[in-house]
Ligand binder design. Structure first.
Ligand SMILES: *[C@@H]1O[C@H](CO)[C@@H](O)[C@H](O)[C@H]1NC(C)=O
Ligand SMILES: *[C@@H]1O[C@H](CO)[C@@H](O)[C@H](O)[C@H]1NC(C)=O
Ligand SMILES: *[C@@H]1O[C@H](CO)[C@@H](O)[C@H](O)[C@H]1NC(C)=O
Ligand SMILES: *[C@@H]1O[C@H](CO)[C@@H](O)[C@H](O)[C@H]1NC(C)=O
Length: 641
C-alpha cells in the first residue's frame, strides 16, 4: 500500500515538474524604477538587501508561494521587500521571473535604497520603509497594445464588462486574484486582476478602481495592462494563461456582502493536482513518523501589522483617567499623556482636538494608517488609534526624555553638550528629509519647533506630530494651518499668504537650529540683546562677522569647534532666507551638515521679508514679549476650534 502510494505521488510530482519547466516566466519588462536616494551604510544595506531577497525566493521555491514579503531591519538601512507573481505561473516560472526581477533591482546604481520592477509575470519591490499596505502611487501605469481588435465595438463592450466584474470580484476573493476567459465574436478575452495580499479588501478595490479606469483607455485595442503599487490588471485577445486556469467569478460580480474564498480551491488548474499530491504526502507521513510542530512563519508578523485599534477603556486606565499627573505636554493638536498598557508597555497617548468635520470623520482611519506606515529612526512611531464617539485618540511610542525645549529653555537648560546638539540637528534634518522626499507621499510637517522634537533614551531626536495637519478640513487648511504653525517658526510666505511647500519646514528647521545653538527662544526678546528676536539677532551678528556671539553661554568653548558651530549657524541662516526657492531642501541640508568642509560658495542672503514680517507683527501688537505670547495663545485657540 505504502509503496503504491509512493509511486503514484512520484509520478504526479514528475508530471508537475515537467509542466513547470515547460512554462514561460513572462518576463517582458513593463516598468522599472530606482530610488534616487542612497543607503547610508552600504555594507549594512547590502546585507539587509541580500537577506531580504534570499528570504523572498526561499518562500517562492520552498513554500511555493505566489506572494511573499520579507524584511531585514538590522542597522541604519532597513530593507523591506515584496514579491508577487501571477497565480497562473508554475513555481518554476515564478522563480525564474523572480531571478530576472532580482537582477533588475540589483542593477540600480550602487546603494539605491529602493527599487521596483514589473513584468507581465511578476513584480518585485524593495524600499527602506514598510510599503506593504500601499495601493496606489503617482506615475504612468498603463501599457496598451497598438493593434485594434477586429470587432472593435463588440470587443470594447465585453472587455469593459469583464474588467468591471474583475474589479468588483477580486477584492472579495481570498488571495485577491481572479482570471477569466470570455468569448467574443471571433475569439475570446483573457483577463486577470490581482492585488498584493497585504492590502485590505477596500485597498484592493480602491487600487483596482483606478486600474479599471486606466486600462479602459487601452480599449478597443487587443491588449492592455494597468499596474500600480498594490494591484495589477491585464486583458488580451491572446491567451496568456491556460483555459483550465480560470476562476468563476459570477457569484461575486455584484457589490454586496463579501464572500471570500467561496469559489477558491480546485478551480485553478493544477491546484486540484497539488491537493491530491499533498493529501498523498500527508498520508505517507502518517506511516512514517509523528508530525512535527509546524514551523512558524519566518516573518515577524507583529512588525507588519497595520495600526492597532485601542479600546477607550484600556487607554483611560493606562493614563489614570487622563490625569494631570500623567500629562506629558500640551501640543497644538491636543494634550499628551503617559500611559502604561496592561501588558506593561509604556506609550504616549494623544487626545486630539481637531474639531469635528466630515474630512476627519471620513479620513481619520486612512490617515492613521498612512502615518503609522511612516517608519524612520528620527520620526516618532504611531502605534495606533482609538475612536470613542466624537473623540479621536492617537497612541505613540513613548520617548523617555520628553521634548527638546526642556533641554534648551526648561528644567534641563544648559545640560546639552555640543555633540548632543549636533546629533539632534542632524537627526531632525534626516527625519524631515524622509518625510519630504523618501516616504511615498510628501508629508509637510508645518509645525516644526523644539517642543515637537522628542528625545529618546540615547538623546536621539524623533519628530512628533507629523501628518496631523493633513486632517485639518480642506477649506480651512489655508487659515488653520497658518496657525497650525507656531509664531516665530513660521515661514513668511506661509504665515502671510498661506503658500505651503516643503520649504516652510526648511525655514522652521533653520529657526530650531538657531535655538539649539543659542539657547534663546525664537519668539522671545532678550533684554541683554537690545530687544531683538533671535532671527534678527542672528542675521545682524552674521553681517558683523560675529556669529560666535550667538552661541549659548552654557556651552563650554573647549567643547566645540568654533568653525563648525559657525558653519552650522550659517546653514541655519540659509534655511531662513526670504525666498523659499533659495532655501536648501532637507536632503541637501543633511549633506551640508555631514560635510566637514566649509559652505564654499553658498552665502545666505538677508531675509528682507522676515524682518518686515516681524516688524509688522511687532508694530501691530505692542512690542513686548508678553504680547507676542498672547498672540501665540490666540493662535492656538483658533487652531483648536
Ligand atoms: C555599517 O554596517 C556594518 C554592518 O552592519 C557595521 O559593522 C558598521 O559598523 C556600520 N558602519 C557605520 C559607520 O555605522
Ligand atoms: C550581496 O549579494 C551580491 C550578489 O549575490 C554579492 O555580490 C554581494 O557580495 C552580497 N553582499 C553582501 C554584503 O552580502
Ligand atoms: C543593467 O544596466 C545596464 C545599463 O544601465 C544594462 O546595459 C544592462 O542590460 C542591465 N542589466 C540587466 C540585467 O537588466
Ligand atoms: C547615490 O549614489 C550614486 C552613485 O552610486 C550617485 O550617482 C548619486 O548622486 C547618489 N545620490 C544621492 C542622492 O546622493
Amino acid at each position: 500500500m505504502v509503496m503504491q502510494l509512493k509511486l503514484l505521488a512520484l509520478t504526479l510530482l514528475l508530471w508537475l515538474r515537467v509542466e513547470g519547466a515547460l512554462g514561460d516566466p513572462q518576463i517582458s519588462l513593463l516598468n522599472k524604477g530606482c530610488s534616487q536616494y542612497n543607503a547610508t551604510n552600504l555594507s549594512n544595506f547590502y546585507e539587509n538587501l541580500n537577506a531580504t531577497l534570499d528570504n523572498l525566493i526561499a518562500q517562492v521555491r520552498k513554500q511555493r508561494k505566489h506572494f511573499a514579503m520579507a524584511q531585514e531591519a538590522r542597522g541604519a538601512d532597513p530593507v523591506y521587500g515584496m514579491f508577487q507573481c501571477r497565480n497562473y505561473l508554475s513555481t518554476a516560472d515564478c522563480a525564474a521571473c523572480f531571478a530576472a526581477a532580482a537582477a533588475q533591482v540589483r542593477n540600480c546604481s550602487t546603494g539605491a535604497n529602493g527599487a521596483r520592477v514589473i513584468y507581465d509575470g511578476c513584480f518585485l519591490r524593495y524600499e527602506s520603509y514598510g510599503f506593504f499596505e500601499q495601493t496606489t502611487m503617482p506615475g504612468d501605469s498603463i501599457i496598451c497594445g497598438n493593434e485594434k481588435a477586429a470587432e472593435a465595438n463588440g470587443f470594447n463592450a465585453t472587455a469593459q464588462q469583464v474588467l468591471k466584474d474583475l474589479q468588483i470580484a477580486t477584492p472579495k476573493i481570498t488571495g485577491y486574484y481572479a482570471a477569466t476567459k470570455t468569448k467574443v465574436a471571433g475569439g475570446a478575452i483573457y483577463a486577470i486582476a490581482q492585488c498584493a495580499e497585504t492590502v485590505s479588501e477596500s485597498g484592493c478595490l480602491e487600487c483596482l478602481t483606478v486600474g479599471y479606469k486606466n486600462i479602459n483607455l487601452c480599449l478597443p485595442n487587443k491588449n492592455g495592462i494597468a499596474f500600480d503599487a498594490g494591484c495589477f490588471m491585464r486583458y488580451s485577445e491572446t491567451a496568456f494563461f491556460a483555459d483550465k486556469q480560470t476562476i468563476d467569478i459570477t457569484p461575486l460580480k455584484k457589490g454586496g456582502s463579501s464572500k471570500k474564498g467561496v469559489i477558491i480551491g480546485g478551480v485553478v488548474g493544477g491546484v486540484g493536482l497539488v491537493v491530491i499530491l499533498l493529501a498523498l504526502f500527508a498520508l505517507l507521513r502518517r506511516y512514517k513518523k509523528p508530525k512535527k510542530a509546524p514551523r512558524g512563519d519566518i516573518l515577524g508578523a507583529t512588525e507588519l501589522k497595520g495600526p492597532e485599534t485601542y479600546r477607550y477603556k484600556g487607554l483611560k486606565s493606562a493614563t489614570k483617567n487622563f490625569s494631570d499627573e500623567n500629562k506629558l505636554g500640551e501640543g497644538g493638536f491636543g494634550d499628551v499623556y503617559k500611559g502604561t498598557l496592561k501588558n506593561g508597555k509604556v506609550v504616549a497617548v494623544k487626545k486630539l482636538i481637531l474639531g469635528h468635520s466630515r474630512k476627519i470623520d471620513e479620513q481619520f482611519e486612512s490617515e492613521v494608517k498612512l502615518i503609522s506606515n511612516v517608519h524612520h529612526k528620527n520620526l516618532v512611531r504611531l502605534l495606533g488609534c482609538c475612536i470613542n464617539g466624537q473623540e479621536r485618540i492617537l497612541v505613540y511610542e513613548y520617548m523617555a526624555n520628553n521634548s527638546l525645549d526642556r533641554f534648551l529653555f526648561g528644567q534641563k537648560k544648559g545640560s546639552l553638550n555640543w555633540k548632543q546638539r549636533y546629533d539632534i540637528i542632524l537627526g531632525t534634518a534626516k527625519g524631515l528629509a524622509y518625510l519630504h522626499e523618501d516616504f511615498h507621499i510628501c508629508i509637510i510637517h508645518r509645525d516644526i519647533k523644539t517642543s515637537n522634537i522628542l528625545l529618546d533614551e540615547d538623546m536621539q531626536p524623533k519628530i512628533a506630530d507629523f501628518g496631523l495637519a493633513r486632517l485639518l478640513p480642506e477649506d480651512q487648511t489655508h487659515l488653520s494651518t497658518r496657525f497650525a504653525g507656531t509664531l516665530g517658526y513660521t515661514a513668511p510666505e506661509y504665515a502671510i499668504n498661506g503658500q505651503l511647500s516643503e520649504k516652510a519646514d526648511t525655514y522652521s528647521f533653520g529657526v530650531v537650529v538657531l535655538e539649539i545653538i543659542s539657547g534663546q527662544k525664537s519668539n522671545e526678546f532678550r533684554a541683554d540683546a537690545e530687544g531683538e528676536f533671535l532671527l534678527q539677532r542672528a542675521w545682524k551678528l552674521y553681517e558683523e562677522n560675529m556669529l560666535l556671539e550667538l552661541v549659548d553661554e552654557t556651552l563650554d568653548p573647549e567643547d566645540y569647534d568654533a568653525e563648525e558651530v559657525e558653519k552650522i549657524t550659517e546653514i541655519a541662516l540659509l534655511c531662513t532666507q526670504a525666498s523659499a526657492a533659495a532655501r536648501p531642501t532637507m536632503s541637501e541640508l543633511v549633506l551640508l551638515l555631514k560635510n566637514k568642509n566649509s559652505l564654499g560658495q553658498m552665502r545666505p542672503s538677508m531675509p528682507v521679508l522676515v524682518q518686515s514680517n516681524f516688524r509688522t507683527k511687532v508694530e501691530t501688537s505692542t512690542s513686548t514679549g508678553s504680547s507676542i505670547s498672547n498672540a501665540t495663545a490666540t493662535v492656538s485657540m483658533l487652531s483648536a476650534r
